[in-house]
Design a protein around this ligand. Structure first.
Ligand code: SF4
Length: 201
């Protein structure tokens, strides 16, 4: 057991945070939750998710610090040229800032609530976390928490907090509605009628 070790935990949303915070606390870590997600678009969606996390920090009484900025231009600059590799750059931005904050706040470790999401690339998260460990004085803690995702949702469901419908960036929003159009809004998300289609040659 790691008694009194300080862990800066990057949070992607309240739903992934709930069980993840509990997990590391039970292992004896002193947790500070850290918000930095310039990948969440549009800004109103970013704020909805942040407000939900703030509410949860009041209900569950954990320490939350928020990065004062959005950095959306940096996100686009890094990801636009290689949209297929965008998750690598997205994780790099977020974990680099978490590592920087951990060092500044004298935390021995940093990690992310992304590690509980079955929708995220764990090989990439682990790789980026280790890369960022090499660049700071704090160490990335990796643990595969995916099997606890439903435990986390069981904690947040009764709280009625805002739940996102897509990963975060505009590309993920488009992919989500392209691949899984909501049944109650099929007209809105339906493909172009072939007779109305316009082609550019
Ligand atoms: S899909 Fe998710 S993890 Fe990948 S770039 Fe978009 S917001 Fe980031």
């Amino acid at each position: 057991m790691e008694e009194n070790k300080k862990l800066l935990l990057h949070a992607c949303c309240c739903h992934c945070s709930a069980y993840t915070i509990k997990h590391w606390k039970e292992l004896g870590y002193d947790i500070t939750v850290f918000w930095y997600n310039p990948n969440i678009h549009p800004f109103t969606e970013h704020q909805e998710r942040l407000v939900a996390l703030r509410k949860m920090s009041e209900i569950q009484d954990f320490k939350l610090i928020e990065y004062d900025g959005y950095d959306i231009e940096d996100f686009f600059r890094l990801t636009a040229e290689k949209p297929k590799d965008r998750c690598y750059y997205c994780f790099t931005m977020r974990l680099a800032k978490a590592a920087e904050a951990a060092e500044k706040l004298q935390n021995d470790y940093f990690s992310s609530t992304l590690l509980i999401s079955p929708l995220q690339r764990h090989d990439l998260l682990e790789l980026v976390g280790r890369e960022q460990t090499g660049k700071s004085n704090s160490t990335f803690l990796y643990e595969d928490l995916r099997k606890h995702y439903s435990d986390s949702r069981r904690i947040t469901k009764p709280l009625g907090l805002y739940t996102q419908k897509y990963c975060g960036c505009v590309l993920s929003e488009w992919e989500r509605y392209r691949d899984y159009p909501p049944k109650d809004a099929l007209e809105l998300y339906s493909p172009v009628d072939p007779k109305n289609r316009y082609w550019c040659d």
